[in-house]
Design a binder for this molecule. Structure first.
Ligand code: ATP
Ligand code: MG
Length: 372
């Protein structure tokens, strides 16, 4: 595993993208810019972390989104209007001269019987980009003028295991990505990016905490839904340098706990636990509460606790093996990702000088945003 040079450094800014300038005459651009600039200045930035379980995003204007990484066909919704509610999210995407494509994304898709299960190992391009434009749209401020004149700068992540092989292709693809997008019936907006940075997952966590790292060896463990990314950094004068042979990904994460809870549910009820109910089942089990099913109270806590312990032990073992004889010298291990919340008690004991970072689910995004 190796990291590009200047990886932790700042990048230069870019101006209006080519596509935008072809859409507007200079005079119109200047007029619209005057109107928009107080809200979107030259450095409007967004950071998006497309995980196997959930998509997270932050913007430099304080925007924040999080939705499950699930998509489904858009249904005819005969009841939504009557209840005055909208399905969240319904994304419509249209490339110039192409047809409009509508898909359910996030919570709404999770509830659909036709849900495309969450991302597979090699995140399919269409699904990845659908999540990306949905998050980008939701993070962009509503300026009241169609479409936004300035595209944001974008920073995204890739699992460490794929970083080297895929970062070039991903950057190229996202730099050229442009489409008209509307989410949840909002005004159609032109979504494109004025510069793209691709970073390895986990690196965002270190970048987010860069100002407060002690000199010496610092570890990062980002526990996700399907993968746990880990890094070991040599910090000198506040500058972190990754130690390539001690960084990597393991296919272990919260899904191990979800699977144990789902198996216990099936054993107790004879029915499979639907995908949309997994989160609630996990939360109930974590709080020691029972789950109602067919009028019965189903207790999943007996399956939850050992699953948490085993997942934490498995992850810690793999990370410590990769860090080898450097592990006892580690000054600080930063725990991040949604899994860190569930495994905190075990990982803080098993890993050297471990502490959970603030707002661990968004830690990568914070770091991605900081380098733009
Ligand atoms: N606030 C929370 N409290 C408890 N558990 C949470 C919380 N937020 C997320 N989780 C759980 O942590 C898991 C991992 O969340 P996270 O967003 O870090 O994963 P991901 O980035 O989608 O996955 P991966 O890194 O494998 O691609 C989620 O699937 C969820 O079950
Ligand atoms: Mg993640």
């Amino acid at each position: 595993m190796s990291f590009g040079k200047g990886f932790f450094g700042k990048r230069s800014t870019t101006n209006l993208s080519k596509i935008e300038t072809t859409f507007y005459s200079k005079r119109i651009v200047e007029k619209k810019e005057r109107k928009i600039l107080p809200m979107i200045n030259e450095s409007f930035k967004i950071a998006i972390d497309i995980g196997y379980g959930q998509v997270k995003g932050l913007s430099s204007l304080g925007g924040r989104v999080c939705f499950p990484s699930v998509s489904a066909p858009a249904p005819v919704d005969p009841l939504g209007e009557a209840f005055g509610t909208r399905t969240s999210h319904l994304t419509a995407v249209r490339v110039p001269e192409g047809p409009k494509v509508e898909r359910l994304v996030g919570e709404a898709a999770l509830r659909s019987l036709a849900a495309t299960s969450t991302l597979t190992r090699e995140k399919p391009v269409d699904l990845h980009d659908l999540f990306l434009v949905t998050a980008a749209y939701l993070l962009s401020p509503d300026t009241g003028v169609p479409p936004t004149v300035r595209s944001p700068k974008l920073s995204v992540g890739l699992p460490l295991a794929y970083y080297r092989a895929q970062k070039g292709d991903l950057k190229k693809r996202l730099s050229g990505l442009a489409a008209y997008v509307s989410v949840d019936g909002g005004p159609e907006r032109w979504v494109s990016f004025a510069g793209v940075i691709v970073l390895p997952q986990g690196a965002g966590v270190a970048l987010a905490e860069a100002g407060s790292l002690p000199d010496g060896l610092v570890g990062v463990v980002d526990v996700g839904t399907y993968t746990t990314d880990y890094l070991l950094l040599e910090v000198s004068g506040g500058r972190p340098m990754p130690l390539a042979d001690a960084c990597g990904s393991v296919e272990m994460g919260v899904h191990l706990i979800t699977r144990a809870v789902a198996e216990a549910f099936q054993a107790a009820t004879g029915a499979p636990l639907p995908a949309w109910a997994e989160k609630r089942a996990l939360e109930k089990a974590a709080r020691g509460e029972t789950l109602k099913f067919s009028g019965r109270d189903v207790d999943l806590t007996a399956a939850f606790r050992p699953a948490v312990r085993d997942a934490a032990a498995g992850i810690a073992q793999r990370v410590l093996a990769a860090w080898g004889n450097r592990a006892p010298f580690v000054e600080l291990t930063l725990l991040a990702g949604g899994g860190a919340i569930l495994l905190q008690d075990y990982l803080e004991k098993a890993l050297p000088c471990a502490r959970i970072v603030e707002d661990p689910v968004f830690a990568n995004c914070r770091g991605y945003l900081a380098v733009l």
